[in-house]
Ligand binder design. Structure first.
Ligand SMILES: O=P(O)(O)OC[C@H]1O[C@H](OP(=O)(O)OP(=O)(O)O)[C@H](O)[C@@H]1O
Ligand SMILES: Nc1nc2[nH]cnc2c(=O)[nH]1
Length: 179
C-alpha cells in the first residue's frame, strides 16, 4: 500500500502537532459552550478522534454520514445524507469536523442544514483545505493545512475505499488512478 504513494505531504508527526495547536484554540473558543462536535463520516473519523482528545472542555459527539465522491476522484455535485445525526442541533453550538474541504459542496449543505434546524452557531474545523477547487463560498474557522490541487489520500481520506488507514497524508502515483 505504501508503495502506491508518490509523495508524503504531511507526516504523522506534523498532523499530531497541528491537531494539538487547533485543539488548544478550540478549547479557548468553546469554553463553557458544551459544543456538539459533528464528525463527517467516513473521512473525518481519524481527525475527529484525535482532535477531541486535544480539546479540554465538555463536549458531545455525534456522527453524520454524507457522500458525494462515490468511487472516483470527482465530486458528483450531489451531496447525499446517508446517516443523519441522533442529536438535535437546535440551540446548540455546533463544531463540524472534516478531513478536507475541496469544492465546499459537502460543508455548504451541512451548514445550511444545521442553520435551518436552528443551531445557535456553526463552526468548521478541517484538517485540510484545498481552496483552489472551491465552487461554494464556505470558509473554515480552523484549518490544519492548505493543500495543493491534488487528490490526496491517507489519515481517513480514501481512493475507491482504500488508503484510509495510512497514518500520513500523501499523493497517489498516477498509475494507481489509471489502473
Ligand atoms: O468539499 P467537497 O468537494 O464536498 O469534498 C469534501 C468531502 O469529500 C470527502 O468525502 P466523501 O464524499 O469522499 O465521503 P467519505 O468521507 O465517506 O470518503 C471528504 O471527507 C469531505 O466530506
Ligand atoms: N481522498 C480524497 N477525498 C476527497 N474529497 C474531496 N477532495 C478529496 C481529496 O483530495 N482526496
Amino acid at each position: 500500500m505504501n508503495n502506491d504513494i508518490k509523495e508524503v505531504l504531511y507526516s504523522k508527526e506534523q498532523i499530531a502537532e497541528v491537531t494539538k495547536k487547533l485543539g488548544k484554540q478550540i478549547t479557548k473558543d468553546f469554553e463553557g459552550k458544551n459544543p456538539l462536535v459533528v464528525c463527517v463520516l467516513k473521512g473525518a473519523v481519524m481527525f475527529t478522534t484525535d482532535i477531541i482528545r486535544e480539546i479540554d472542555t465538555y463536549l458531545e459527539l455525534d456522527f453524520m454520514d454524507v457522500s458525494s465522491y462515490g468511487e472516483g476522484t470527482e465530486s458528483s455535485g450531489e451531496v447525499k445524507i446517508i446517516k443523519d445525526l441522533d442529536t438535535s442541533v437546535t440551540g446548540r453550538d455546533v463544531l463540524i469536523v472534516e478531513d478536507i474541504i475541496d469544492t465546499g459542496r459537502t460543508l455548504q449543505r451541512l451548514v445550511e442544514l444545521f442553520k435551518h434546524r436552528n443551531a445557535k452557531s456553526v463552526k468548521i474545523c478541517t484538517l485540510l483545505d484545498k481552496p483552489e477547487r472551491r465552487v461554494e463560498g464556505v470558509k473554515p474557522d480552523y484549518v490544519g493545512f492548505e493543500v495543493p490541487n491534488e487528490f490526496v489520500v491517507g489519515y481517513g481520506l480514501d481512493f475507491a475505499g482504500r488508503y484510509r488507514n495510512l497514518g500520513y497524508v500523501g499523493i497517489l502515483k498516477p498509475e494507481v488512478y489509471e489502473g
